[in-house]
Design a protein around this ligand. Structure first.
Ligand SMILES: Cc1cc2nc3c(=O)[nH]c(=O)nc-3n(C[C@H](O)[C@H](O)[C@H](O)COP(=O)(O)OP(=O)(O)OC[C@H]3O[C@@H](n4cnc5c(N)ncnc54)[C@H](O)[C@@H]3O)c2cc1C
Length: 448
């Protein structure tokens, strides 16, 4: 209920921001076409206004508002962010073409040396926007470290935002009217509040959300579990544990500064474990290797919980969990929580891994089977000759054998987490099986 309300409120807020300037401008300025302004120039103003509203939305989306990530999920939030970013680029392109089509003399505005400030600001914003899109599309091929990529992205986005604001301000005719000025002021203040939350409040609050390492538990040679507990000292006596829904994730930092690296990890422990919070982490790069070297008592700063990949948001008759590799972490949180809740519904878990050694938590999952109605299938992509279980890829045959009949399987909820290729393959199979789309939930351990 609360989830639906939050969804409706956010959707209404975004729609209002998107449409307000475009609808208000013609009402306030009247039919300017009759006053000598051409249809093309009116259209170009409309495109520019829509792009500005979209820019506001696209800045708000990745700002870590917990209500937003809980409502749309991190994949949903970033998916909309990317889509809106591309739509802005298209609108800005059309805006520029229409400005010149309305009056070919406007080509002179591209002359950076002699053009007025409003045109220079627009040119700067357009170039920064182009660079932002190229940087996003080519991220994998550019092979920059994620942190470098992220900071370049933030700086380019800030340039687009500031230069677009200056363009509107220096254009003057859009902010001459008191109502229009008030609307732009509200949008600008809204953006500043959200940015202050993201870049000032969150890091400051983060310094108070300090946890310490209780234990690092090796699971395999490349995976270990980090156990955190809230720091307890005189000043922060009674500090509470992290309250989260099973399947959610948090950002971890090893230093409170905003410049410190921050990485997202799913909370793997039960939502009812008490003071401790566990993260199971594959040591794949510099940050995750640093985590493995932490000692008991080392401080860790946590921002979370975030995300909507959780069983607590959906009513269902049972879960079907499909996990690849370390993508088992949200499933472990869900299973451990279900065991704590003495859940009686039938659940199914399909674990996909390269080799037997990569199958995580096998012993614990067997113990959980004694407390839950849980069917487990293990699938190896590179099985040894002695392996008698499932192997190869996840196909319709395997899933049909795991699932109940057509009527009952449409009442189940499906949770997919793992490498993008696995998630895509399983989505195709679920589509073949006609599983209703709203019942399928995905989380991929990558943002771009
Ligand atoms: C929602 C979510 C939940 C996750 N949960 C887990 C988990 O439970 N266990 C686990 O082992 N891994 C998890 N990951 C993946 C984990 O965040 C990355 O493996 C980790 O950030 C890699 O950092 P690195 O510096 O060690 O490796 P690198 O070699 O620097 O990075 C490897 C790849 O990880 C991604 N990445 C790096 N830094 C970040 C960042 N700050 N934010 C987002 N992506 C980044 C990039 O695509 C990069 O190419 C999760 C990721 C997401 C998005």
């Amino acid at each position: 209920m609360r989830h639906h309300l939050e969804r409706t409120l956010w959707a209404t807020a975004f729609l209002a921001v998107l449409l307000a300037p475009v609808l208000l401008a013609p009402v306030l300025h009247g039919p300017r076409i009759r006053n000598g302004s051409s249809l093309l120039s009116e259209l170009s103003v409309g495109m520019g206004l829509l792009a500005t509203s979209m820019l506001v939305c696209t800045v708000v989306l990745p700002s870590r508002l917990r209500s937003l990530t809980r409502t749309f999920g991190i994949e949903g939030v970033l998916g909309i962010h990317r889509f809106v970013g591309l739509a802005i680029t298209l609108l800005v392109g059309l805006h520029v073409v229409l400005v010149v089509a309305a009056n070919p003399a406007n080509v002179a505005l591209f002359d950076v040396v002699h053009a007025p400030d409003r045109a220079r600001a627009a040119l700067g914003a357009t170039v920064a926007l182009g660079a932002l899109i190229v940087q996003t599309v080519l991220r994998r091929r550019l092979r920059h470290r994620y942190e470098v990529w992220r900071w370049v992205h933030v700086v380019l986005a800030a340039a687009v935002l500031v230069l677009s604001g200056l363009h509107i301000w220096w254009l003057n005719h859009l902010v001459r009217d008191a109502a229009m000025r008030a609307l732009f002021t509200v949008l600008a203040v809204g953006v500043l509040v959200v940015l202050a939350y993201r870049w000032v409040w969150l890091p400051l609050r983060g310094t108070r959300r300090e946890y310490v390492v209780r234990e690092i538990r090796p699971e395999t040679p490349t995976v270990s579990t980090l156990v955190l507990e809230p720091r307890r000292n005189g000043a922060r006596r009674g500090y509470r544990s992290l309250a989260f829904a099973p399947g959610q994730f948090a950002w971890l930092r090893l230093h409170p500064s905003i410049w410190a690296q921050e990485h997202p990890f799913t909370i793997a422990s039960s939502a009812h474990l008490g003071l401790w919070t566990e993260f199971t982490i594959r040591h794949s790069g510099d940050f995750t290797r640093q985590l493995r070297l932490l000692r008991p008592g080392s401080p860790v700063w946590v921002d979370g919980p975030h995300g909507a990949f959780t069983l607590d948001l959906h009513r269902t008759t049972g879960l079907v969990m499909i996990a690849g590799g370390v993508g088992i972490t949200p499933m472990m949180s869900m299973l451990r929580t279900l065991a704590h809740r003495r859940d009686r519904r039938p659940h199914r878990l399909l674990m996909v891994a390269r080799t037997i050694d990569d199958l995580l938590f096998r012993a614990e999952i067997r113990r959980l089977q004694q407390r839950l109605d849980l069917t487990v299938v293990e699938l190896l992509r590179q099985p040894p000759p002695s392996w008698t279980g499932a192997s190869g890829t996840v196909g319709a045959e395997l899933l049909t054998a795991l699932l109940p009949g057509e009527f009952r399987r449409n009442q189940l909820d499906y949770y997919l987490c793992g490498p993008p290729a696995l998630v895509t393959d399983v989505l195709t199979v679920l589509e073949e099986l006609d599983i209703p789309q709203p019942r399928i939930h995905t989380e991929q351990f990558d943002f771009v």
